[in-house]
Design a protein around this ligand. Structure first.
Ligand code: TRH
Length: 388
């Protein structure tokens, strides 16, 4: 039977950084490419989308990129017929006139609020709950991404694993990418990518790497950590330059396209990631990671951090041995400032580094177990079909 879901509108209000648009863009082109939907993506800050997708021309109010119609979402919203599926990213407010047009359709669209990712237990109870509109014949559903079958799942393209394995099997692709990264690292170096928010533990970590017993090559895409890196080195480090101290070589990279960022994650032994989307990509990369969670007022983010640690160490059936789980928990906790000093304590990096072989095995098991679940887009489309 042909799917009743043909057209989709996605609304993205960029609050800060790249995660809101990163998730909405990924969702948009996956719905278009893998589910054949005609997708219109409304974004209020095109320059942020252009940073992760360089094909975007931020001057154009309407453009087609990667099979998605991208629209600049401005205050003067045009009158048009809404799609069969309307998604508001992270509770951004869909324009009133558009909501009225949704209610005016013979068969109102399925209206989804795509929420933030959390590993907390309550997500299973709230996923897919309806919220009827107070005055119009419309129902909005809360769609929660998550790590279990009873949630909305995680974004994962159908060919992602195939692309990752092809990259890892291709010497030519890797040489090309490393050329772009400024040349291959030392063969004996631990290769680390670093994407984080401003972080009081960063200087300690860099100092540990400088003094360590083996070399570290740190690749840092442009982010708010740059001032701390430059402060540590005592000099400016523009994108493309290399800083060296002791055992540490640190390279700052220009902010790269989303697809290239995946290659960076695949190329490293350890990835420091943050927020939501890079955090999920690091899990699909099947490499050890350290997560800097998006900090919220009154430390509301900390229960989310620990809920994830519990789930990750539990491993969806294949738990991480305590000898590696304990250093992982300690490093995540310190990296997120959930300790009194807000710093790394002596020996913390060394104990984490010693657990890396075990963490590597676990990252692969975790990715493998997680990929057995249906991806978010597929779940979203089935949910939508069931409501039309
Ligand atoms: O940028 P983030 O911190 O995004 C956010 C926002 O703060 C948002 O408000 C909050 O709600 C959300 O986190 C939880 O981190 P995130 O989610 O990892 O998004 C980064 C995106 O940028 C992701 O799609 C990967 C992409 N990226 C690139 O395309 N190129 C790069 O060089 C890098 C480092 C990242």
């Amino acid at each position: 039977m042909p799917s009743p879901v043909k057209r989709c509108d996605i609304f993205c209000h960029v609050i800060d950084n790249f995660g809101d648009v990163g998730v909405c863009w990924r969702l948009a082109h996956q719905l278009a490419r893998e589910h054949g939907l005609a997708v219109r993506l409304w974004v209020d800050r095109l320059e942020t989308l252009a940073a992760i997708c360089p094909a975007i021309d931020q001057r154009l109010p309407v453009q087609e990129t990667d099979g998605v119609e991208v629209r600049h979402w401005r205050a003067d919203f045009p009158q048009l017929v809404p799609g069969d599926l309307v998604i508001e990213g992270f509770a951004c407010r869909v324009p009133d006139a558009f909501v009225a047009a949704m209610a005016a359709r013979d068969r109102p669209p399925v209206w989804i609020n795509l929420d933030y990712l959390s590993a907390e237990d309550w997500v299973e109870d709230c996923h897919a709950l309806p919220s009827p509109h107070p005055s119009l014949p419309l129902v909005k559903y809360f769609f929660f991404p998550g790590f279990t079958e009873s949630t909305g799942g995680l974004l994962r393209e159908r060919d992602l694993e195939q692309r990752r394995l092809a990259y890892l099997a291709s010497h030519a692709q890797q040489v090309d990418f490393w050329r772009w990264l400024g040349g291959p690292p030392r063969a004996d170096a631990l290769i680390v990518s670093l994407f984080a928010y401003p972080n009081t533990a960063l200087a300690d970590l860099l100092a540990d790497w400088v003094r360590g017993s083996s070399p570290v090559c740190c690749l840092a895409p442009q982010s708010q950590t740059l001032p701390s890196i430059e402060g540590f080195l005592g000099r400016a480090l523009p994108a493309g330059e290399v800083g060296r101290r002791g055992q540490l070589e640190i390279r700052t990279l220009p902010f790269m396209a989303q697809a290239d960022y995946d290659k960076l994650l695949w190329s490293c032994d350890l990835n420091f990631v943050r927020g939501e989307d890079s955090f999920v990509r690091a899990q699909w990369a099947a490499k050890p990671m350290v997560w800097h969670i998006y900090p919220q007022d009154e430390t509301a983010h900390l229960p989310k951090l620990h809920a994830f640690l519990d789930r990750y160490c539990g491993g969806l059936g294949e738990s991480l041995p305590e000898s590696a789980a304990a250093p992982l928990r300690r490093l995540f906790t310190a990296w997120n400032g959930d300790n009194e000093s807000g710093k790394l304590s002596a020996g913390q990096w060394a104990e984490f580094a010693a657990a890396l072989p075990e963490l590597r095995r676990h990252a692969l098991n975790w990715q493998n177990n997680l990929s057995k679940q249906q991806d978010l887009c597929t779940k979203l489309v089935s949910f939508c079909c069931s409501k039309l």
